[in-house]
Design a binder for this molecule. Structure first.
Ligand code: NAI
Length: 391
């Protein structure tokens, strides 16, 4: 089949297996070039197929020589329909790990369910004995509470007041105003149930109860704060409320980890184009501006660069950069004051006529296509490919 991108807004319904494989290869090569970090024996990555979780799996294996169990929830291919990019990514990752004598154990299922937790615990017992690091990198639209069976949805709304701000249609470059509606109490709670700390706590309780946490086990969940311009929609909106709930869970998880002298962390990561973040209004335009400024400064990082630096802080020689609330600040370069002042200065003047000069929108759009395996250098997009596998 010859595969072309088919977009509906922020969703692409096709993915290119070879392009996805090439994306994974580039990240593997990056880590190999950077070199090894101290060994970590066994790592569990929840949300391992794309974005920050994929990068975490790669760094765990390639830099820290770890055995990795990766959980994700991806669409498998059929004879007629391509898989979701995460499915191809994890297939490719398994192949690269194999070639290097590393082990990647893939679980494709709903991480929120009791069944997947049980399956993973059995896999840990069988392949690892105990686990040393758990990365929590899920970004999901819905969660079924495994105990009550109730289905919760997350939403992107403001809390308190509606908020109008400019955003960009990154397919056309058109700048327009968008008004974010106010969330109801039910929507605030729904978002907390999906993206807050409840499931992270459930995972850590289940792993502890099963006796599969190693001495000094660590767990890290990813969060975001961001600048003033995105505050009303992000940090002070429904998703920010859920992230605050996630961050608060550290106290409870540290109690769970006390018996193995373990420790939990929140890592505040940088704004990057991923499937999850592209859907948030304002964020793509902010990211396009951020990319341009950080590239000019030489401080731009993608997921793999961010996570490599994070692992250097947690397991290597780089000093752990904690804020006063004990969170790891991987967004330090993004949030640096001179850079954010420049963002504030440029932001009001961005219009349809100058968006490609003032921001890195063209490259950001390219990066969005690349998430699905398109616009990847070296791939022949006119060639017939088998969509049921990654070669
Ligand atoms: P992503 O959309 O690239 O990855 C989400 C992952 O979750 C995928 O592997 C997907 O398969 C998995 N997943 C979703 N629902 C699942 C389920 N029910 N069961 C099992 N797996 C499931 O997202 P991204 O951007 O890498 O986000 C990961 C974390 O990093 C999120 O917590 C996000 O808030 C955080 N973060 C993201 C930033 C960004 O700018 N992209 C910035 C800072 C933090």
């Amino acid at each position: 089949m010859i595969i072309k991108p088919k977009f509906r807004g922020f969703i692409c319904t096709t993915a290119h297996p070879q392009g996805c494989k090439e994306n994974v290869r580039k990240q593997v090569n990056y880590v190999e070039d950077k070199g090894t970090i101290n060994d970590v024996k066994n790592v569990l990555v929840l949300g391992s197929s794309t974005g920050y979780g994929l990068a975490s799996s790669i760094v765990s294996g390639v830099a820290c020589n770890a055995k990795v169990i990766g959980v994700s929830y991806e669409k498998e291919p059929t004879e007629k329909r391509t898989a979701s990019p995460g499915w191809y990514n994890t297939e490719a990752l398994g192949q690269f790990f194999n070639e290097k004598g590393l082990e990647y154990i893939k679980v494709n299922g709903d991480a929120f369910s009791n069944e997947v937790k049980e399956e993973v615990i059995n896999l840990i017992k069988e392949h690892m004995g105990k686990v040393d690091l758990i990365i929590y990198s899920l970004a999901a639209p819905k969660r079924k509470d495994p105990n009550t069976g109730e289905l919760y949805s997350s939403c992107l709304k403001t809390i308190g007041e509606p908020f109008t701000c400019k955003t960009v249609d990154f397919h056309t470059g058109e700048i327009m105003d968008v008004t974010m509606p106010v969330a109801t109490e039910e929507e605030i709670e729904g978002t907390r149930k999906v993206m807050g700390g409840e499931d992270w706590i459930m995972w850590m309780e289940a792993l502890s109860k099963a006796g599969v946490l190693n001495e000094n086990a660590k767990t890290i969940a990813y969060s975001y704060i961001g600048p003033r311009v995105t505050d009303p929609i992000y940090r002070e909106g429904t998703i920010g409320g859920a992230k605050k709930d996630l961050e608060k869970s550290v106290a409870k998880i540290d109690e769970i980890l006390a018996s193995v002298n373990g420790k939990s962390y929140i890592s505040i990561n940088k704004a990057l184009v991923t499937q999850a973040s592209a859907a948030i209004p304002i964020v793509p335009l902010y990211s396009a501006l951020l990319y341009k400024l950080m590239k000019e400064q030489g401080t731009h990082e993608g997921c793999i660069e961010q996570i490599y630096r994070l692992f250097e802080e947690v397991y290597g020689d780089r000093e752990l950069n904690l804020d006063e609330e004990g969170r790891i600040r991987m967004d330090d370069w993004e949030m640096a004051e001179p850079l954010q002042s420049t963002v504030k200065e440029i932001w009001p003047g961005i219009e349809t006529s100058n968006v490609y000069e003032l921001t890195d929108l063209a490259e950001m759009r390219n990066e969005f296509f690349r998430l699905f395996g398109f616009n990847v250098e070296g791939i022949d997009y006119e060639a017939d490919v088998d969509i049921t596998t990654v070669k």
